[in-house]
Design a protein around this ligand. Structure first.
Ligand SMILES: Cc1ncc(COP(=O)(O)O)c(C=O)c1O
Length: 355
């Protein structure tokens, strides 16, 4: 999946999880005030949780080591064993959390197809079934991903979320937002984080992707649901001690790395424009809304893994996101020079497919 480097890597667009803490972030980590977070006594963790909850318009927050755990805690809260969640077929919770919902919580899953991961209310609404008693599986939760990773960084429209909420709320079906990259959606759309957040019962956000922290996510929700999530976090073995050191990186990122995401978005858009010109049809630049460019390289004669290997040989890393797709992700550690280099190398390879 991830080709080994054969040339010095000059543009690493494999993932926005690759970022290394900046000197300022490291300083903030070193000087963080800490305490035992299992006892709720780490002031820096408490500050981060409160800040993220307030930003997202929720009562309380819980620091977790990963976005996957934040999602899984939410699923556990909303869905009882034997019930189901519904999400789109490329959502992280169903595609990349290694069956955790089934393994840990006894949850079954059904999915809808979504072009570019874009939420069309007809998708979830066509699947919902409640009150189906002893005959069929009851739907307890709809999960929405924003931005959509494998959809190519797609920003979900508020109107579609509202339509889903209007249908689920009267049925008692909960809504969870996998907002690993909600920061990108906020910066790209100008919509306040709380406008997204308040439409959901729970929201998970990651500090370790575009924001550049080495570790950490936060799950937000009502005070009661976060108190319950706290118990499950400990039960899963993820009660942590002096992790103010890590929370400090998250607080630093909120202060310094949110607005700069616009720069990643701009670079991604410019790359998409250049590549669409070099190889018409591989991407529609109008669909590139945030920091991710997903190229459809099959029609050009490339396979996803083939192109990603050829790129590594030229010092560019990207992710083969399927047999004929390659994903490029901009982040804090991809500067203007790396962007220019990637635009050039990828454009050239796209225009000259393998024999
Ligand atoms: C959309 C989305 N949700 C959740 C996660 C999980 O985050 P983590 O790798 O911290 O478990 C990711 C990771 O890439 C993601 O892209």
């Amino acid at each position: 999946m991830t080709p080994a480097a054969s040339a010095p890597i000059r543009a690493d667009l494999l993932s926005d999880t690759l970022t290394r803490p900046t000197p300022g972030m490291r300083e903030a980590m070193v000087s963080a005030e800490v305490g035992d977070d299992v006892f709720g006594e780490d002031p820096t963790v408490l500050a981060l949780q409160e800040r993220v909850a307030a930003l997202l318009g929720h009562e309380a927050g819980l620091f977790t080591p990963t976005g996957s755990l934040a999602n899984q805690l939410a699923l556990r809260l909303h869905v009882r064993p034997g019930e189901e969640l519904v999400c789109d077929s490329l959502a992280h919770v169903v595609r990349a959390e290694l069956g955790a919902a089934a393994v840990f919580s006894g949850i079954s899953t059904r999915t809808w197809s979504a072009e570019r991961g874009l939420l069309d209310p007809g998708g979830p609404l066509g699947l919902l079934q409640t009150g189906v008693g002893p005959y069929q599986v009851c739907t307890s939760l709809v999960v929405v991903e924003n931005t959509h990773n494998f959809g190519g960084g797609t920003v979900q429209p508020l109107g579609a979320i509202d339509a889903v909420r209007a249908a689920t709320q009267p049925l008692g079906v909960a809504l969870h937002l996998d907002g690993a990259r909600l920061w990108n959606a906020h910066v790209a759309s100008g919509i306040p984080l709380a406008e997204y957040g308040r439409r959901f019962d729970t929201v998970s956000v990651c500090l370790s992707k575009g924001l550049g922290a080495p570790v950490g996510s936060v799950l937000v929700g009502s005070a009661d649901s976060i108190a319950a999530a706290r118990i499950w976090r400990k039960r899963y073995g993820a009660g942590m001690r002096q992790v103010g050191i890590l929370a400090a990186a998250g607080l630093y990122a909120l202060d310094h790395h949110v607005e700069r995401l616009a720069q990643d978005h701009d670079r991604a858009r410019r790359a998409a424009l250049a590549w669409a010109q070099a190889a018409p049809g591989c991407v529609d630049p109008a669909t590139v809304q945030t920091n991710i460019v997903m190229l459809d390289v099959g029609p050009l004669g490339w396979t996803g893994p083939g192109l990603s290997e050829a790129l590594v040989a030229e010092g560019v890393r990207a992710y083969a996101a399927g047999p004929s797709r390659v994903r490029f992700v901009w982040h804090l550690d991809v500067d203007e020079a790396a962007t220019a280099y990637a635009i050039d190398v990828v454009g050239r390879l796209l225009a000259t497919p393998p024999a």
